[in-house]
Write a protein that binds this ligand. Structure first.
Ligand code: HEC
Ligand code: HEC
Length: 299
C-alpha cells in the first residue's frame, strides 16, 4: 500500500510489474472458471452468423497467443497476456479453457472473441482498423501502442493474415459509426484544470503522471501553467487513455473512479470521483463523447 510520503515510482516500471502479475492472475482465473461464458445456440449458427469464422479461428486467433519479444528486454509477451477483461481495454479476449490439448478457446469462446474484435475493425477501410494499426510500427503507419510495435511493415505475415480476415467481412455490417474527436481547446481550458487541482489531502496526478506513456500531466516548466508544447504532449498522452465516444471504457475516467461507483478495480494512485454521477465526471464524459467543446467549463 502506497502512502502519500513515499517516493512514487515511474509508471512505466509499474506497468511491467502489472503485466507480470496479470499473467499469473490470468492463469488463476482461467483455472478457476472452466465454464465458457456463452449463450451461443449451436455450432452451425455460430459459423453462419459470422463471415470468415473458420478462417478467423485458424489464422487470426493464433496471433493472440504467440509469445513475442521486445527489442530492448528479455521478457516475452503475448497479446492475450495483456488483453483480458482486467485491463478494461475494448480488446478483451475470453479467459482460455483448459482441455486435454492444452489451453484453448472453445468454439463458443472464439465466437465471443470474434464479436468483440469486429468492433475494432472497419470493413470499408480495412487498413484503418485498430486491430491492424495498434501492433504495427508507427514508422509503417501504425498507431502508438502501450503493448509495443510488433509488425515492422504491412508485409508481415501476421498483418496479412488479419487483413485477409477483415477483407472477408461485409462492409454493411462491419463499418463503425464515425468516432467523435476530442476537442483540444476544452482539454486546454477545462480538463487540465482537473488534474491541476487535487482534492484535499490527495496527491496531484502530476506526482505520478508527469512523464512516460501515461504522462498526461507533465510538470509545467514555468511552475504554474503549461506552455502549448507541454499541453500538446499531455493531450497526446491522455488521448491514448481515452476511447472517444465511450467514457465507460476510457481508462482516464475509470482509474481515478471508485470501484463501487463503476471505476477500475485497481489504481496505484488516487480516487477522485466516488461515482459516475459526480458532476465533474459527467462533464469529462461529455467531452469524451464529443459533446463538450470550447472553453466553457460550467458543470
Ligand atoms: C504488454 C501489454 C500488451 C501487449 C503484449 C499487447 N497489448 Fe495491445 N494494448 C495494450 C494497452 C495497455 C492498450 C491500451 C492503450 C493503448 O492503446 O496503447 C492496448 C491497446 C490495443 C488496441 C486498441 C484497443 C481499443 O480499445 O481501441 C488493440 C487493437 C491492441 N492493443 C492490439 C494488440 C495486439 C493485436 C497485440 C498482440 C500482437 C497486443 N495488442 C499486445 C497492452 C498490450
Ligand atoms: C501516487 C501515484 C499516483 C497518483 C497521484 C495518480 N496515479 Fe494514476 N497511476 C499510478 C500508477 C502507479 C499507475 C499504473 C498502475 C495502475 O494502473 O494502477 C497509474 C495508472 C493510471 C492510469 C492508467 C494508465 C495506463 O497506461 O493504463 C490512469 C488513466 C491514471 N492512473 C489516472 C490518474 C489520474 C487522473 C490521477 C489524478 C486524479 C492519477 N492517476 C493519480 C499512480 C498514480
Amino acid at each position: 500500500m502506497r502512502t502519500a510520503d513515499t517516493k512514487t515510482p515511474r509508471v512505466t516500471r509499474n506497468r511491467w510489474l502489472a503485466v507480470l502479475t496479470l499473467c499469473a492472475s490470468v492463469a488463476v482465473i482461467a483455472a478457476g472458471d472452466l465454464t465458457p461464458t456463452s449463450d451461443v445456440a449451436s455450432a452451425d449458427a455460430v459459423t453462419q452468423e459470422r463471415p470468415g469464422f473458420a478462417y478467423y479461428r485458424q489464422s487470426v486467433e493464433p496471433v493472440f497467443t504467440r509469445p513475442r519479444g521486445y527489442p530492448d528486454r528479455t521478457e516475452q509477451a503475448a497479446c492475450v497476456m495483456c488483453h483480458v477483461w482486467q485491463t478494461s481495454v475494448r480488446f478483451d479476449l475470453q479467459d482460455m479453457t483448459e482441455t486435454q490439448d492444452g489451453w484453448v478457446w472453445t468454439e463458443a469462446q472464439s465466437a465471443l472473441n470474434y464479436d468483440m474484435l469486429t468492433r475494432l475493425v472497419n470493413a470499408s477501410d480495412p487498413a484503418s482498423s485498430k486491430l491492424l494499426r495498434k501492433p504495427l510500427a508507427p514508422t509503417a503507419g501504425g498507431e502508438a501502442h502501450t503493448g509495443g510495435a510488433f509488425w515492422e511493415s504491412t508485409d508481415d505475415a501476421e498483418y496479412q493474415a488479419v487483413l485477409g480476415w477483415i477483407e472477408m467481412l461485409p462492409d454493411a455490417q462491419f463499418t463503425p459509426a464515425p468516432t467523435p474527436t476530442l476537442d483540444y481547446e476544452f482539454y486546454r481550458t477545462c480538463v487540465q484544470r482537473v488534474f491541476a487541482s487535487p482534492r484535499p489531502g490527495q496527491l496531484p496526478c502530476k506526482e505520478c503522471h508527469g512523464g512516460g506513456q501515461a504522462g498526461f500531466a507533465p510538470e509545467p516548466s514555468n511552475g504554474t501553467s503549461w506552455t502549448d508544447a507541454e499541453a500538446r504532449r499531455g493531450f497526446q498522452a491522455i488521448s491514448r487513455l481515452i476511447v472517444p465516444g465511450n467514457p465507460e471504457q476510457s481508462r482516464w475516467l475509470l482509474k481515478p473512479l471508485h470501484p463501487d461507483g463503476g471505476g477500475s478495480y485497481t489504481h496505484n494512485g488516487v480516487r477522485r470521483w466516488r461515482s459516475r454521477s459526480d458532476p465533474e465526471w459527467q462533464m469529462l464524459a461529455a467531452w469524451v463523447r464529443g459533446e463538450r467543446t470550447g472553453s466553457n467549463c460550467s458543470i
